[in-house]
Write a protein that binds this ligand. Sequence first.
Ligand code: ZN
Length: 566
Amino acid sequence: MRTLSSFLTERTLCVTLSRYAGLLAAGALILTGCTDQQPMKSSLEERIDRFAPTVITADTAHLSAGDRVALRKIVEAAAIMDRIFIRQVWDGNEALMKQLAADSTHEGKERFRYFTINMGPWSKLDHDSAFIPGVPPRPLGANYYPADVSKEALDAWVHTLSKAEQERATGFFYVIRRNNTNTLSTVPYSVEYRDLLVPAAQLLREAASSTDNPSLRSFLTKRADALLSNDYYASDVAWMDLDSPIDVTIGPYETYMDGFFNYKAAFEAYVGLRDDEETARLGQFASRLQEIENNLPIDPKYRNPSLGKLAPIRVIDEYAIGGEARAGVQTAAFNLPNDERIVREKGSKRVMLKNVQEAKFNKILRPIAAVAIDPAQASLVAFKPFFTHILAHELMHGLGPHNIVLGGRQTTVRQELKELYSAFEEAKADISGLFALQYWIDHGVVEKTMEHPMYVTYLAGIFRSVRFGINEAHGKGMAFQFNYLADHGAIVYHEETGSYSVDFEAMKSAVKALTGEIMTLQAEGNYSRVKETFDRFATIKPQMRSVLDRLTAIPVDIAPEFPDTH
Ligand code: ZN
């Protein structure tokens, strides 16, 4: 799973719509928010301008000589993921890309530019509308299935198969093709993309023999095997254990592009360098979580006396990407693997792309803050508190009530809060993240100088996540927090400037109160009270709307450039 914009998936609206075009239940609702908030741009130039060109670099100075060689090989392998992914999008995509690349007119160059942003001829931010004349509508099943077979026909065919064949047909790593007798059959990725997987595997092997890090060597070797055997299990397990100065995620992963069934995985790569400073900070926070739990502003009977083992979190700086990772809005963090079998046995790992978040912060959040935050406080908005709060947010998901007992019945907060769960849980992580940081500031774990910047940066972030509507969990959760805090005098509107500021004393007590209220409702599994709370608070009021209306010219995302990898 990928998160597009730090923990605030601001673009999930339109992107989700296009990604999940086949899953209409959620799409219908989202479509309204999407169309209302994000009018389609007409000219190609306007469309391209929504992506701010941004240089992305990572510091390789501390790498060993062997790792430098490995890094070069891995970057080459990542470039092969581009080629496989282009092929996976649509069966006309490779030929079209060549044709566009050869057009040296101004317009031709713009088309090619926007093609490389989207990795295809359909604009992801505009409901996948085509921007190259003459191309067909985006195929819902991408190039995973024969172009002339409907979803229903595929489904009917799958039901005629033996159980073992069904597993392949619905599996992550098989395409469906017509064989020479014109009947449908499953083809393993290792066969379908063999011409490209053989050189990719070779590069990963060469990288494995160059690195001096055992966990990286193990992952690269096993992943090279997987590309050719089509069995990814052992390499996914090795990826969970990967802890190395070079952090690599490469292979077929996300299933968003399969608009028919979400079965098939798209090839991609994230090549990063571990951020040791943030990793150490994360470790420091992680070791103090029980203390936070023991001091949560809730009835002690709701506190968890012994927190379980933390899911691993890695903080890296992105160095190169490949395949689906290039397409459209840039990933800011991801959770993998998606394979349920490994998640059950080993859990999943979260990887946070710090320099990507910083780039988005500079290109999007800073200009938003310049509009939304009162000039007296705007200079307090900064990346360090922003990222520190993201770390706290991620950690706080693990605290507070999860498994609960209602009238003797064992249940979970998720089950009880149903469709309201995600937005409420995201709000919990945001607000209790502030609570935890304030606790650590008060106890000397986090520097006092972060106190005011942390609250003001958080306030600016609210506008970023509600910018495109409140139909999605983060936006809804943020609007809820905003209105609650405003009602408690913690956020103050200034008529003269049309912007907001934080009242720090009121903020501290409101954050504590809201943390307590949210966690108590979670502990009670109180669906009706959560619903009432959302109905009352999760709205966009006119003052906020007037600020949002002034944000339309600010870019939606970044278009990354990786000068070090050429
Ligand atoms: Zn979250």
